[in-house]
Write a protein that binds this ligand. Structure first.
Ligand SMILES: Nc1ncnc2c1ncn2[C@@H]1O[C@H](COP(=O)(O)OP(=O)(O)OP(=O)(O)O)[C@@H](O)[C@H]1O
Length: 710
């Protein structure tokens, strides 16, 4: 694979030709933007509402057509061996497949496609750059010597500060050419990290691409160790699905769920950089706390029971207990006539509604209509000719309303949960045979709340209310949901996410070894069952793009204890990285040694994360302030002035820094309720570094990590 990296401006020089194509593509993009800006909508819109809607669509388009100076317009080129079929060329107009002439100053030939973040076409509508998501771009990620997919040559471009400075070719069908790893690819993977997460469109790996492009209809679950690209893959999958099913998903909606705010801030720029501005991001708590305020916390044992799937059945029983079989007839008086629906007929209606297992609230609304219908049948039998208006009037009749209130009363979901958690007898009645007496005692409030407003709801309570709300009225389902760091969800939380994609699909991403909640997932099969997607495929990613080899090997020593059976990540990073474990004589010297390690790291390029047990954060914050060293909080963007982030271990999940200084592992372990969770938290902290990790400790290290020089 020859690499080319020389300067020249002759038109015969290939690099100069590629640069010319880049300039021409930029000019074409500018023209597309100017066209959008020049659109005059006055003549085509009938009223101001239409005009406002159309204008906002045009504004979005103008925004999406921006040429970002440091984001290369294309990063690859495919030269097909044969003409590309119309089906595959979707996104690349017929013209591209046909065109034999050099155009636009770039020298594009038949079957030659430039692959980039967005589609750019020239004044004739012929493509200058093809969207990476188009079918014709797929071989850029998947073609290999074994399966060239009709690609003769694959070219990768290298950029320096927005300038096209190099390219590298692979001739997939040339048996004489030796297989080599791409230097540009390697350089891209090893580029220092500064600021928030960025996209990986130029370097998506074949096994990642299979997940990214898997069909909308199916749910995919990805198990992958730290840094295997799960988050990146999930975000690119959303971008891909939005491209392939734009209209459908615009109607039904997409959502990315992450563990906390700082994580969402860290990833929030990836999709906009791919031109996707409309994807919502939320935490599970955001989804379930719409109607209430979370002000309380649960002890771990209470949260475990509240998060258990058995609670769903307790709630179902509790809500259905509000239904009382009728013993009295309903008598409707209209004018001089009285219409009577006997109790046995009402009972039949109720039994039938119960058997249909429809939503409680839907049945509550259906019952008055059913009763009214029975009245209408009697009216007709008596020779009257009532119409729909009469039926509606009967349904609203006070006698019918009173009967419905007695038989199938409205239930407020929050009040239902409030009662379950406050009223021992009510809970016992519905938890019978499901929760033990001890479990019931664990979740009962010691001080019952007076009202929904004054109750100190916890996050787990909010999930119960969400479940109850779904029993009353069906939750709106989206077209696709990406669930990141899924291993930390309780069964009840999986259900909450699952009901938001009942009619859609999901991408579930996680690592069983990084589960740090008391209810964390033990197996993906169970998780998918609770999510309501038992048939989902489970894929595994094992190549690590973040953590250097030596560092991941050190962290992986914990795997047999924290998640027996899981394979260690294989780092693809060739740069050796650095691992240092420094013991200090005693606690008095710890803070100074940690600060010194941070200062050393700051001499290097990139971001620095100082990760410490949550309890150690105030101490280290004071020490940093005393040393005059400014620092950021997780999720805050690194700036030229500050590249150091002080990270509580509980927020480290999903994040990464070029250099990590890990403060006192023993304190990280002690910060958790049990040793396994402590070691898992430590595993997360040990796997955040891209270029180097320095562990500083005064207390003893866990046996597995006692350092013998790696
Ligand atoms: N194909 C790739 N090319 C370049 N960089 C990649 C690739 N795949 C992943 N990365 C990078 O590797 C890093 C780790 O990726 P990501 O955060 O998605 O991993 P993860 O599996 O979610 O990790 P964790 O389990 O720690 O949350 C990111 O910086 C990401 O951009």
């Amino acid at each position: 694979m020859p690499a080319h990296e020389h300067e020249s401006d002759t038109t015969t020089d290939p690099l100069a030709r590629e640069r010319a194509h880049l300039s021409a593509s930029r000019a074409a993009l500018r023209a597309m933007r100017e066209d959008a800006q020049a659109l005059d909508i006055r003549d085509v819109t009938a009223n101001w509402v239409n005009a406002a809607v159309l204008q906002s669509q045009i504004d979005e388009r103008i925004k999406s057509l921006a040429d970002l100076a440091h984001t290369p317009l294309f990063f690859g080129r495919l030269d097909y061996l044969h003409r590309v079929g119309a089906e595959q060329a979707e996104g690349a107009s017929e013209g591209a497949a046909r065109s034999a002439s050099d155009k636009g100053g770039g020298g594009r030939r038949e079957g030659q496609f430039y692959i980039g973040r967005r589609h750019v076409h020239d004044a004739d509508g012929d493509p200058m750059v093809i969207d990476w998501r188009a079918p014709v771009s797929q071989p850029f990620y998947r073609a290999s010597r074994k399966d060239p997919q009709d690609v003769g040559q694959r070219r990768r471009f290298g950029y320096t500060g927005g300038e096209l400075t190099a390219y590298e070719d692979e001739h997939l069908t040339d048996p004489a050419e030796a297989e080599q790893t791409s230097k540009l690819l390697q350089a891209e993977i090893e580029r220092p990290r500064v600021g928030p997460m960025r996209d990986i469109v130029a370097t998506i790996q074949p096994e990642q691409d299979e997940i990214v492009r898997s069909e909308l209809g199916g749910t995919v679950c990805v198990q992958g160790g730290p840094g295997t690209g799960k988050t990146a893959v999930g975000l690119h999958r959303v971008a891909y699905l939005l491209y392939a099913h734009r209209e459908r998903l615009a109607r039904t909606g997409t959502l990315v769920i992450g563990p906390n705010r700082s994580f969402l801030q860290y990833i929030e720029q990836v999709l906009p950089a791919l031109g996707e501005l409309a994807v919502k991001q939320a935490t599970v708590d955001d989804l379930v706390t719409a109607g209430i305020e979370v002000r309380g916390t649960d002890a771990a044992d209470a949260a475990v029971v509240k998060g258990d799937a058995r609670m769903a059945e307790v709630l179902r029983r509790a809500i259905r207990s509000h239904v009382t079989l009728p013993t009295e007839p309903v008598v409707v008086v209209r004018g001089s006539r009285r219409w009577r629906v006997p109790a046995y007929e009402l009972e039949e209606m109720v039994t039938e509604l119960l058997a249909r297992d429809m939503r409680y609230g839907a049945a509550h609304e259906a019952l008055p209509q059913r009763i009214a219908h029975a009245v209408l049948v009697r009216m007709e039998e008596a020779g009257e000719a009532p119409d729909d208006r009469v039926q509606n009037a009967v349904a609203r009749n006070p006698a019918v309303k009173a009967a419905v209130k007695a038989i199938w009363p409205a239930v407020d979901p929050a009040k239902l949960v409030l009662r379950l958690l406050s009223d021992a007898d009510f809970l016992a009645a519905h938890a019978e045979g499901l929760l033990s007496a001890d479990e019931q005692k664990t979740i009962l409030w010691t001080k019952p709340a007076r009202s929904v407003k004054s109750a100190k709801w916890s996050a787990a309570d909010a999930v119960l209310i969400d479940e109850a709300s779904d029993l009353v009225a069906r939750t709106h389902s989206l077209g696709h949901v990406v669930l990141d760091e899924a291993q930390d969800l309780s069964p009840m939380q999986y259900r909450a996410v699952g009901r938001r994609c009942t009619t859609g699909s999901a991408t579930v991403l996680g690592d069983l070894a990084q589960g740090t909640t008391p209810w964390s997932t033990e197996s993906w099969a169970q998780a998918l069952h609770h999510l309501g997607k038992p048939g989902a495929v489970v894929e595994e990613l094992t190549a690590g793009f973040r953590v250097p080899r030596e560092v991941i090997a050190y962290a992986s020593r914990l795997l047999p204890v924290i998640s027996p059976g899981l394979a260690a990540v294989e780092s693809v990073r060739e740069s050796p990285g650095s691992l240092e474990v420094r013991g200090v004589a005693g606690p008095a010297e710890l803070d100074a040694a940690v600060l010194a390690a941070c200062e050393e790291s700051l001499e290097r390029e990139g971001s620095i994360g100082l990760i410490a047990a949550d309890a150690r954060i105030p101490v280290l914050a004071r020490a940093l302030a005393a040393a005059g060293r400014a620092y950021l909080s997780p999720g805050e963007e690194t700036t030229a002035e500050s590249r150091l982030t002080l990270v509580p271990a509980s927020l480290a999940k999903g994040l990464e820094y070029d250099y990590v200084v890990l403060d006192e592992p023993a304190a990280v372990i002690d910060g958790e309720p049990d040793e396994r969770t402590g070691l898992r938290r430590l595993y997360v902290a040990l796997t955040r570094a891209v270029s180097g990790l320095t562990v500083v400790h005064a207390a003893e290290l866990p046996d597995e990590l006692v350092f013998s020089g790696a």
